[in-house]
Ligand binder design. Structure first.
Ligand code: ATP
Ligand code: MG
Length: 470
């Protein structure tokens, strides 16, 4: 949006609901013997007309334009909605484009070649254009408790949401006001049913409706509040923020798959540092990572990891999600491994068992993929070997495809003040060295081990196995 464009929208209000439609539905409901639904309130949309907002067609992906125009060409209503509109208005580049329509999923699928219906809890159509996917959702309505197409469980959580409705109903069941702005590409106008434009100007994240009910319907909204507040640098409006601490335990009822997806988005948002601070402030962090041990050392490590991840994302580099889990749960692994060692388990098996237990416990909250769990295990298991390497095998370790992640983690631990014998620096120098220098570096380690008072476990040659007498 041009800097002052959002201040100049016009104030045309339109009635979009056809009252006769509501009367007819109530009449049919009565004939069918069903309890008539309360008439939905007639909602006015504030229309921000062409030229009075910053959205231009060029900033919308051509795939999204094709979907919008394809639907409108067949006389369906179709709008760009959600993060696409919000981010364009804020001058950001949207991550993806979502479309809302009055066409049913089957009608949408019939219109586009590469379209498939996905989801059970919430049916949607994915329209694929090469590597881009446009998500098309049919307008959802409010629903009655006893409607079998929609269900909430005993905790008030929505477990299915597939009753279709009108655009203004769709707006009200979205999460935040700034996520419920509808852009009509044909008229080049924004339709705002929930005050999203003024919240956007005030940089406020406000839940639509009664906050506690909305969090109970879907506790993941609590995490979405944190993610958007961090990403957009918005304040969470006071009534939206107030219940978070009290309702945080609702996260325990969310499926580990959904939570894992959300954690990936939170930590990969490019604002992990703010995300972690907000998750902690609102009491959500421990419900995502129940094993978390926070003390000065682990805080430094987690902060260093968040900062390095955010910095990598800023310059367009990829990140390894295993790294985050490694930092967040490292302290737990150490505590557990010390406990096991104190009870007589030797060091190496103690570490392995601790890792196994911490991963298993974490999986009850966030479903880690097999690859992620394996990488995590490798990063942790490598730490003692990197800190106290077998000098004859350093070159072999360096060649290992797993070396990089383990080494990067060692460096982060070192930078955050953990005592690692400065071996992170040593490995860095070793990688940069020529073969003579490498020999000197190896000698350095061996000499340090011979120093009196060096309490690093001494590496011994394994004694040749005695043959059993025949
Ligand atoms: P981004 O794509 O940048 O992460 P987004 O706002 O587009 O942000 P999506 O997850 O793509 O988020 O969802 C698209 C839209 O669907 C949202 O903007 C919101 O209107 C609606 N939505 C998504 N998840 C929920 C939810 N849990 N409850 C209510 N509405 C939701
Ligand atoms: Mg989106």
């Amino acid at each position: 949006m041009a800097p002052d464009a959002h201040c100049r929208y016009n104030s045309v209000f339109v009635f979009v609901k056809n009252p006769a439609q509501g009367m007819l539905k109530r009449f049919i409901d009565r004939l069918r013997g069903r309890r008539a639904a309360a008439p939905p309130s007639v909602k006015k949309a504030r229309i921000i007309a062409a030229g009075r907002h910053g959205i231009t067609r060029q900033r919308i992906s051509s795939a999204a334009v094709k979907v919008l125009e394809g639907l409108q060409g067949k006389s369906y209503q179709a709008y760009l909605v959600g993060g696409g509109v919000r981010d364009l208005l804020l001058g950001l580049t949207p991550k993806d484009f979502d479309v809302a329509t009055n066409a049913t999923p089957e009608q949408v699928r019939a219109l586009f070649r590469n379209a498939r219906i996905i989801g059970r809890r919430f049916r949607l159509v994915h329209v694929l254009f090469g590597r881009e996917t446009i998500e098309v959702a049919t307008f959802r309505a409010h629903h009655e408790q006893d409607d079998s197409r929609n269900t909430t469980n005993a905790q008030g959580m929505i477990v299915r949401d597939n009753v279709y409705g009108l655009i203004e109903e769709d707006a009200e069941r979205r999460d935040f006001t700034v996520n419920a702005l509808y852009y009509d590409i044909a008229a080049d106008a924004i339709h705002d049913y929930v005050g999203g434009v003024s919240d956007l100007e005030a940089r406020l994240l406000r839940l639509i409706g009664h906050p506690e009910t909305r969090y109970r319907e879907d506790p993941v909204r609590m995490l979405r509040a944190i993610r958007f507040a961090a990403k957009l640098d918005f304040d969470i409006e006071e009534h939206t923020a107030a219940p978070l601490l009290r309702l945080a335990p609702l996260l325990d009822g969310v499926s580990p798959h959904r939570l894992a997806d959300e954690v990936d988005k939170l930590l990969g948002s490019g604002h992990a540092e703010t995300v972690l601070a907000l998750l902690e402030e609102h009491g959500l962090l421990h419900h995502l990572f129940p094993n978390l041990h926070l003390n000065d050392a682990s805080r430094h490590l987690i902060l260093a990891t968040a900062q390095s991840t955010d910095a990598r994302l800023r310059i367009g580099k990829g990140i390894n999600p295993a790294f985050f889990y490694a930092a967040l749960l490292w302290q737990s692994v150490q505590v557990r491994s010390h406990q096991l060692h104190d009870h007589g388990t030797p060091l190496v098996p103690a570490l392995q068992q601790a890792i196994q237990q911490v991963i298993q416990h974490q999986m009850t909250r966030t479903a880690l993929t097999r690859v992620l769990a394996m990488t995590l295990r490798e990063i942790w298991e490598m730490q003692p070997r990197l800190q106290n390497p077998d000098i004859r095998r350093v070159d072999e370790m360096l060649q290992s495809p797993r070396f990089r992640a383990g080494f990067d983690f060692l460096v982060l631990r070192e930078q955050s003040g953990e005592s690692t014998g400065q071996m992170g620096q040593w490995w860095q120098r070793y990688q940069d060295a020529n073969s003579d220098e490498r020999q000197a570096l190896q000698d350095e380690v061996l000499a340090a081990r011979r120093q009196p008072g060096n309490d690093a476990p001494k590496r011994r040659r394994r004694a040749p196995r005695k043959r059993k007498p025949a």
